[in-house]
Design a protein around this ligand. Structure first.
Ligand code: DNO
Length: 358
């Protein structure tokens, strides 16, 4: 298990690389060029600049999250080839600075979706919350609430300029069924995976969050069967997964440890976090500790350990603690994620120790 930490970049994150160095066990930085919108060219100088900042503090640059996929690729428009060429250009450039895994998603219009960013928990902290009944047929209201809540912090997949044209975007996706979206993903993968094989970069698709269709938009990476179909469609080790327990864990029918056991050799990046799912389907993000939520995190780590997992891992969203929500990106505060690292490493180390004393 190779522990990493998502960092939004110099001047764009309230947490610095020097802070991150003080969290035990973190070896790599999960990074990106966060000002790039989907479909834009990534210049080599910019890539090199961020990679140098990261390596100068002793961290690895192996994981990039995200290189966002342009909507034209997801919709399957004739312009998609142009955007796939740009994507390939970025893959090639990233391979020159030690990148080994790219995390991306294929969700139409929205990346992760929540209805509230600062829902108070019984202990006085607050966290991202999803209320099923609040998802109506009118995404505008939800989008405005999320963008307002994020304040000055940018959030990948929530670009205000793109979401300003929400009606047009929804209209463009009108004929994109689940089947069509899947075909478009396959088309994209068939073009990029040979390049990934050549430059040794593994693609790791992030599951849909939450794990079901929203606002009538199709979602295709949300269960054991949909994941199996995607992996089989382009059957190369370079076509893999970001296995996110927080996203897949929103549907209690997903047996996460069983899925890890089945897919472990195609999981290149593990996002580990916990959610508490209520009987009515609402859910809130909680601490990483297993008993605080609905995901048995120790069992998840055990499933990785059993399979000798050597891939990259990061604690995912955390609660906002001790008032930090005033000054951090939603879900990406310092404290709860740092506690998460220690919980995950604690479970891992105890499994290692037990193995040694056998
Ligand atoms: C949530 C993240 C996702 C992820 C993208 C990858 O915080 O895990 O936003 O970065 O889906 O493209």
């Amino acid at each position: 298990m190779n522990m990493t930490w998502r960092w939004y970049g110099e001047g764009n994150d309230n947490i610095t690389l020097d802070h991150i160095r003080q969290i035990p066990g973190v070896m790599g930085i999960v990074w990106s060029l966060h000002d790039k919108v989907a479909g834009e060219v990534w210049e080599m100088e910019r890539i090199q600049e961020v990679a140098d900042q990261i390596t100068s503090k002793g961290f690895s640059t192996a994981v990039v999250e995200s290189v966002n996929v342009h909507d034209d690729i997801k919709i399957g428009l004739p312009t998609r080839d142009k955007y796939i060429d740009i994507y390939i250009d970025t893959i090639r450039k990233l391979s020159k600075v030690g990148v080994k895994v790219i995390c991306y998603n294929f969700m139409p219009v929205f990346d992760w979706t929540r209805t509230e960013l600062y829902k108070e928990l019984p202990d006085g902290s607050n966290a991202l919350f999803y209320e099923k009944a609040a998802i109506t047929n009118h995404p505008r209201e939800m989008v405005d609430r999320i963008l307002k809540g994020a304040g000055d912090f940018t959030m990948p997949g929530w670009e205000p300029e793109r979401l300003a044209k929400l009606d047009e975007l929804f209209a463009a996706y009108a004929d994109v069924t689940e089947e069509k979206l899947f075909e478009n993903l396959k088309y994209f993968l068939e073009r990029i995976i040979p390049v990934c094989e050549e430059v040794d970069i593994k693609m790791a698709i992030h599951p849909d969050d939450p794990a079901w269709p929203i606002f009538g938009l199709p979602r295709i990476i949300r269960s054991r069967d949909t994941i199996r179909r995607m992996l089989d469609a382009v059957d190369s080790p370079y076509n893999g997964l970001t296995f996110c327990t927080g996203s897949l864990g929103t549907n209690p029918e997903n047996d996460l440890p069983a899925m890890i056991r089945e897919f472990h050799d195609r999981i290149h990046f593990a996002h580990i976090r916990n959610v508490k799912v209520f009987d009515n389907g609402d859910f809130i993000e909680v601490s990483h500790r297993g008993r605080d939520g609905s995901v048995d995190i120790a069992e998840v780590v055990k499933a990785y350990h059993e399979n000798g997992f050597t891939g990259y891992v990061r604690p995912d969203h955390g609660r906002h603690l001790w008032g930090e929500e005033k000054n951090c990106r939603p879900g990406y505060g310092l404290y709860d994620r740092a506690l998460g690292v220690m919980y995950l490493l604690g479970v891992w180390d105890s499994l290692e120790n037990a193995k040694e004393t056998k």
